[in-house]
Design a protein around this ligand. Structure first.
Ligand code: PDD
Length: 288
């Protein structure tokens, strides 16, 4: 049996009903989070739930549960579904109301749902690295909001997948922004460089955690925008996300990066990140 969270209740998935006029379904009018679960414990859940609240506030959705209540629901869900290694998906929409672009009256309750999934660590890709391609970033100008509207991201990802790539590296003109579902970082002469956390990218929790790790380990980490010319001259390139963790990019647009193998610094970052996971969630059974 699989359980889900629906508006404060944990129920069987087959009993969960959302109306066809839910504003998330009709307009993508809502926000979401994906949180990693290792050994049955959520990793960096405080950061994810803080971002969830921030995204909701940015579009004028008021959470009708406290962060502590949501966190407790998610923990119950993980326990009921016996998730050991996986993810929790959490989303809130502006609720169910007759279709109208303008917001419904403030009394309309939001719809908040969550479900869990078993997800392995992508160890093979983490070890050997993945291919990526450059794609023009056609998304809106509030990519810092983790909005349900992901069409720009989906179109970029699909183009990359059809070209045999794992990820699309998006750029606005010369400026590299982020992946379709990840942040992009390049390494030049021992320094990690990544786009600043502004309105053009999602402020990734994995990347933030990596920054903390780098500061502690005295590895130079700089937030500044960089160009597609710079990325073509990078020593190493990597992507970060909740599910992909720290993933080496070993080819961009058919051109090998670091001779097509993960670089030394990227591998060190992966090790440091694994240590951080183990600190929060206990020993990992499958390691890189
Ligand atoms: N995606 N940028 C975009 C556009 C993303 O969708 C994601 C995550 C990230 C990385 O953020 P974080 O490190 O907090 O996961 C950056 C999630 C995993 C998803 O939509 O499935």
């Amino acid at each position: 049996m699989e359980f889900v969270l629906l508006n404060g209740e944990i129920i069987e998935r087959s009993d969960a009903k959302i109306d066809v006029e839910d504003r998330g379904y009709q307009f993508g009018d809502g926000v979401y989070e994906v949180i990693r679960v290792y050994n049955g414990s959520m990793f960096t859940s405080e950061e994810h739930l803080a971002r969830f609240r921030k995204s909701a506030e940015a579009i004028g959705i008021k959470l009708n549960f406290t962060i502590e209540e949501i966190s407790a629901f998610l923990n119950q869900l993980i326990e009921k579904n016996n998730v050991v290694l996986g993810t929790v998906y959490l989303q809130i929409t502006r609720g169910t109301s007759p279709r109208n672009h303008a917001f419904p009256s403030p009394g309309v309750p939001t719809n908040i749902v969550a479900y869990t999934k078993e997800v392995a660590r992508p160890v093979e890709n983490m070890k050997s690295g993945v291919k990526a391609m450059l794609i023009e970033d056609i998304r809106w100008l509030r990519c810092d909001i983790k909005s349900l509207n992901l069409l720009g991201n989906l179109l970029a990802k699909q183009e990359a997948v059809e070209a045999g790539c794992f990820e699309a590296i998006q750029h606005r003109g010369q400026t590299v922004t982020e992946g379709s579902s990840s942040n992009i970082l390049m390494i030049k002469e021992g320094k990690i460089i990544t786009h600043p956390a502004d309105n053009l990218i999602l402020n990734g929790i994995t990347k933030r955690k990596l920054q903390e790790i780098c500061i502690a380990a005295q590895i130079p980490f700089e937030e500044r925008s960089f160009t597609i010319d710079e990325i073509s001259q990078a020593d190493e390139i990597l992507l970060t996300s909740t599910t992909a963790e720290i993933m080496p990019i070993v080819e961009v647009n058919g051109k090998a990066v670091n001779e097509g193998i993960p670089g030394t610094l990227t591998k060190r970052l992966q090790e440091l990140f694994e240590t951080e996971i183990e600190k929060q969630c206990g020993e990992l059974t499958i390691k890189i």
